[in-house]
Design a protein. Structure first.
Length: 107
C-alpha cells in the first residue's frame, strides 16, 4: 500500500503548503505591504491554482492505477458477479438432476 501512503502524504503536504501561503499573505497584509483586497485576491488565485493542481494530480494517479490494474489482468467486480451467477445456475441444475436421479432410484 505504499502508493496510497505516498498519495496521502503528497496531499497532506499540499494542504500544509496552502496554509503556509495563507499565513504568509496574512503577514504581508498585517505589515501593510498588501491591502486586504489584494491579499484576498492572492489567496483566491493561489487556492484555485492549487485546486486545479490537486485535481490533475488525482486524475494522473487514478489513470496510473487503472493502467496498472489492467496490466495485472485482475478480474473485475462484474467478472466475479458473472462467475457467481454461473456457479449458482450450475449448482441449481446439479441439485435438480440429483433430485431426479434419487426419485428414479427409488422406483
Amino acid at each position: 500500500m505504499a502508493i496510497f501512503e505516498t498519495v496521502r502524504n503528497a496531499m497532506l503536504a499540499g494542504f500544509g503548503m496552502q496554509q503556509k501561503v495563507r499565513e504568509f499573505i496574512d503577514e504581508l497584509v498585517k505589515k501593510g505591504e498588501l491591502s486586504e483586497s489584494q491579499g484576498a485576491k492572492l489567496v483566491k488565485e493561489w487556492s484555485e491554482k492549487a485546486e486545479k493542481g490537486t485535481d490533475q494530480f488525482t486524475k494522473n494517479i487514478s489513470e496510473t492505477l487503472t493502467k496498472t490494474l489492467n496490466k495485472m489482468n485482475l478480474p473485475t467486480k462484474d467478472d466475479i458477479e458473472k462467475l457467481n451467477k454461473k456457479v449458482q445456475t450450475l449448482s441449481n441444475r446439479v441439485k435438480k438432476l440429483e433430485g431426479v436421479k434419487e426419485e428414479g432410484q427409488e422406483e
